[in-house]
Design a protein around this ligand. Sequence first.
Ligand SMILES: CC1=C(CCC(=O)O)c2cc3nc(cc4[nH]c(cc5[nH]c(cc1n2)c(C)c5CCC(=O)O)c(CCC(=O)O)c4C)C(CCC(=O)O)=C3C
Ligand SMILES: [Fe+2]
Length: 388
Amino acid sequence: MTPESTPVVLGATPEAASGAPHVEQPVAYDAILLAGFGGPEGQDDVIPFLRNVTRGRGIPDERLEEVATHYRHFGGVSPINAQNRALREALEEALRARGIDLPVLWGNRNWAPYLSDTVAEAAEQGHTKLLAIATSAYSSYSSCRQYREDFAAALDAGGLLGRVQIDKVRQFFDHPGFVQPFIDGVRDALDAFAAELPAELIHVLFSTHSIPNADAAKSGPAERGFGEGGAYEAQHRAVAEVVMAATGRSDIGWDLVYQSRSGPPSVPWLEPDINDAITDLAARGVQAVVIVPLGFVSDHMEVMWDLDNEAMQTAAEVGIRATRVPTPGLDPNYVNGLVDLLVERLEGTPVEQRPAATDLGPWYDVCRPGCCENARLGFRPAVAGVAP
Ligand SMILES: CC1=C(CCC(=O)O)c2cc3nc(cc4[nH]c(cc5[nH]c(cc1n2)c(C)c5CCC(=O)O)c(CCC(=O)O)c4C)C(CCC(=O)O)=C3C
Ligand SMILES: [Fe+2]
């Protein structure tokens, strides 16, 4: 690994380093890199996969055993790899439809095909300028910086630092293509409940992955002053507001809630947990909840288990109706939105012409110094950012 004192900063122009514009000059990228989380593809993969994910993270063994049962329930297969294979194909097709003939390569952080192998193969095939999309919309260590660090590690492992460039499209939490599927889903769900119940008995819960409070506080650029929840919480809240406004249902209440907490109980993570929130709503007399998987791009294990199984069961236990709206998945709005994000970088679209559904964005092409640092693990080199 590169010595800790030498930050790896590829793809950052001098303008970006000054902190002024958030956009980069156009680059003639020669391949797209779709970067996924990765998931097991059979029972024998489950434990090795979980070890990959949690290496050095202090996740208790009991938690690993518990999460393993979620995967075992589905034959040891996470749906996430199939979803990313399908997304890869959809992206290639959508690019071609716009006359862009670039291959879309796919690599994962935690399971085969591993990013290090994908990047090494890309280099063998002569690709030297990769534009990455991580399947993660918001700012935080887990959803942004960790991908950037793993890109740097993949380049380092292949001896490719300085020879192959990996840039990354901006965090797309407020790109209209990502937001629209949630608007459509919430509108449909509210229409259905509102046909039978008065507005005050219906509630919307926007759910996202909990992260340690310390990671949340460091999410996004420090200079933006987002407060304790950092950019992570601010972005989710802003998108939830946009979704609710678009439905026109200002008479229906909503909250931002969290799911899938791990780590030792002594470490504080973002709250409230969705199950506690559902229980509280029932106690207040609410009769129907709309669950919005706002933090997730597709129906992977966190959605299938923690929402469709656990949260639904909680709702049943406390006697209220619940429905879960779809994730963006392969929604054409989402796929075309991702292509728009790629085109922005290929063309160097000026910041004022970039769509953003909230006034927090459009987000940065190149992450600001210290953005999304991990409070526990300390500094690791990363690409697609400005040096600290
Ligand atoms: C913010 C965030 C996203 C959303 C952004 C994004 O989409 O990337 C996300 C996605 C995902 N997380 C996933 C799976 C897991 N995450 C874990 C653990 C953790 N996640 C964290 C955060 C996030 N995770 C954190 C702070 C930890 C603690 C360990 C650490 O500090 O790093 C563990 C360990 C066991 C456990 O404790 O749950 C597993 C198995 C899968 C694959 C699902 C499938 O297989 O279908 C996906 C898409
Ligand atoms: Fe996770």
